[in-house]
Design a protein around this ligand. Structure first.
Ligand code: ADP
Ligand code: PHD
Length: 416
C-alpha cells in the first residue's frame, strides 16, 4: 500500500530544508506520493506580484519578480553549486517572465491562479532536479493534469470522478516508487490552472490519499504534532497524541491553522489515518487522526483567531430577525464569499465574526441599505474546546469580552 507525504513551505524554505526533506523521503520503505508546497513564504510573495501585475504597477512587478527569482536561485546555488543548476526551474522562470510581459485579463482571480501557481511549480521542479542529482529516484507529475476542478478560481471544487480516473492512470508505481507533485493546484477541463484555497496543499494530499486508497497520509510540519494551542501565542502548548476525525474537523473548522479544514473529510470517508509529524524531529511520534472518540489528552484546546471584525446588524424598522431577514443577511455574506467564524442572533440583532478582508467594506455598505450596522475591528475570537472554568478565567482575565457563546463542549469569546 502506498503512503502520501506532504511537506509545506516551511519545510523547504532553504537548501538545508530540501536536504532534510530528501532524508525523510529516503527513509520511507513504502511507495510514496510526495506533495510539496511553494518554498517558504513564496505564496505571499506571488500574491503581491499578482497585485502589481494586475494593477499594472510595472516597476514593483519587476522588482517582486526579481526578488522571487533570486530567492529560488539562492536555494538552487546552495543545492547544486550553481544558480542555473535546475533546468526545470530555468524553464519555468522563463514562462513566468513571458506571462508577466502580457497584459492581464480583467479577471483577478483567474490571473491570481495562473501566477501564484508558479510557487508550487518552482518548488517541485527544483526538488525533482535535486533528487535526480543525488540519486533519489522520482517521477515529477504536473498535478494540474490529473487533479481536475471547476473554474472557481482561488477556491476551486474538485471533480472527483475524473480526478480519480486520471490519478489511477498516473500513479501506477510500475517504474518508480516515488512520485513528486504540487500541492494547492488543480486544472480545469480546458487545462487552465486553478488553486484550492490558501494552505490547500494538505487537502491535495488528502485527495491523493483518498483516490489511491493510501495506507496513511502524513503531513510534515514544524511542530511535533497537533498541539492544544498554537505555540506561537501559547508557550505551554502540549501535544495531542490521538484525535478523532470529528474532533480534528471541529478544530480546523474553528481555525486551528495546523490542518486545512477540507483535508479530513475524504480521509474519514475511507478511514485513512492522518499523521501530523515534525520534519525537525521525524522520528517523533506525532499526532494520529483516526477513528476513535474525542481527544486523547484531557486538556482544554485553544484556538485563537486574530484581526477579526465583529459586526452587529439590526433592522432599521425594528422588525425581528426572523428567517427572511436571516436569509437576506446570509445571502450578502455568501455573495462576498465572506466566511463567518461565529454567528449569533437575538430578536433584534444578528452578530457575526469574520476575517477582515478586501470585501469587508463592500459587505458593510450593502448591509447598511436595510440594517443599522455596528462593528469593531481588530478583535480576537477565542474558542476553547473541552473548556474548564480555570481555562476560561486564564484566557479572558483582563480582557474586555464583547460577546460569548457557550455550549456543552465549546466556549467562545469575542475579546478586545
Ligand atoms: N493546534 C495547533 N497545533 C500545532 N500547530 C498549530 C496549531 N495551531 C496553529 N498551529 C500553527 O501551525 C503551524 C503549522 O502549520 P502551517 O504553517 O500551515 O504548516 P505548513 O506550511 O507546513 O502547511 C505551526 O507552526 C503552528 O504555529
Ligand atoms: N503554498 C500555498 C499552499 C499551502 O498549503 O502551503 P503550506 O503547505 O506552506 O501552508 C499557500 O501558502 O497557501
Amino acid at each position: 500500500m502506498i503512503s502520501v507525504y506532504k511537506f509545506g513551505g516551511a519545510s523547504v524554505k532553504d537548501a538545508q530544508g530540501v536536504q532534510n526533506v530528501t532524508g525523510i523521503v529516503r527513509k520511507s520503505t513504502q511507495p510514496l506520493v510526495v506533495v510539496i508546497s511553494a518554498m517558504g513564504k513564496m505564496t505571499n510573495a506571488f500574491e503581491e506580484l499578482t497585485r502589481y501585475y494586475f494593477n499594472r504597477d510595472l516597476d514593483l512587478c519587476q522588482q517582486k519578480q526579481q526578488e522571487i527569482i533570486r530567492y529560488h536561485q539562492s536555494i538552487i546555488k546552495d543545492l547544486f553549486g550553481d544558480e542555473k543548476g535546475s533546468a526545470g526551474f530555468n524553464r519555468l522562470a522563463e514562462l513566468l517572465a513571458q506571462r508577466l510581459k502580457q497584459a492581464p485579463s480583467r479577471h483577478f482571480d483567474f490571473e491570481y491562479d495562473q501566477i501564484v501557481s508558479f510557487g508550487e511549480m518552482f518548488s517541485t521542479s527544483i526538488v525533482a532536479d535535486y533528487w535526480t542529482a543525488v540519486g533519489q529516484t522520482n517521477k515529477w507529475v504536473d498535478v494540474r493534469t490529473i487533479l481536475k476542478t471547476d473554474d472557481l478560481y482561488r477556491d476551486a471544487n474538485v471533480n472527483w470522478e475524473l480526478t480519480a480516473e486520471l490519478m489511477e492512470d498516473t500513479f501506477l508505481f510500475d517504474e518508480v516508487s516515488c512520485y513528486l507533485t504540487q500541492g494547492f493546484l488543480g486544472g480545469t477541463l480546458s487545462n487552465l490552472t486553478t488553486t484550492l484555497g490558501r494552505e490547500g496543499s494538505d487537502y491535495t494530499a488528502a485527495i491523493i490519499g483518498y483516490v489511491l486508497n493510501a495506507r496513511e497520509v502524513t503531513i510534515w510540519k514544524d511542530v511535533p504534532g497537533v498541539l492544544n494551542a498554537d505555540p506561537r501565542w501559547y508557550s505551554e502548548a502540549v501535544k495531542i497524541n490521538e484525535l478523532s476525525y470529528n474532533e480534528a474537523i471541529e478544530l480546523s473548522f474553528y481555525g486551528a491553522q495546523v490542518i486545512h479544514p477540507k483535508t479530513l473529510k475524504p480521509l474519514q470517508n475511507k478511514n485513512i489515518a492522518l499523521q501530523v509529524k515534525s520534519f525537525i524531529e521525524p522520528d517523533g511520534q506525532g499526532t494520529v487522526i483516526c477513528e476513535r472518540s474525542g481527544i486523547s489528552e484531557p486538556v482544554p484546546v485553544f484556538i485563537l483567531k486574530k484581526e477579526q471584525v465583529f459586526l452587529t446588524v439590526s433592522p432599521h424598522d425594528f422588525s425581528f430577525i426572523m428567517e427572511d431577514r436571516l436569509i437576506e443577511i446570509l445571502t450578502l455574506f455568501s455573495r462576498y464569499r465572506i466566511k463567518m467564524n461565529l454567528m449569533q442572533n437575538s430578536a433584534l440583532n444578528f452578530s457575526a465574526c469574520f476575517d477582515d478582508g478586501r470585501d469587508t467594506n463592500a459587505l458593510m455598505e450593502d448591509l447598511k441599505k436595510n440594517f443599522l450596522v455596528r462593528y469593531n475591528n481588530g478583535v480576537d475570537l477565542l474558542t476553547i474546546r473541552q473548556y474548564t472554568p480555570g481555562a476560561i478565567e486564564q484566557m479572558t482575565s483582563g480582557r474586555e469580552v464583547i460577546d460569548s457563546q457557550i455550549t456543552r463542549k465549546v466556549a467562545r469569546f469575542v475579546m478586545r
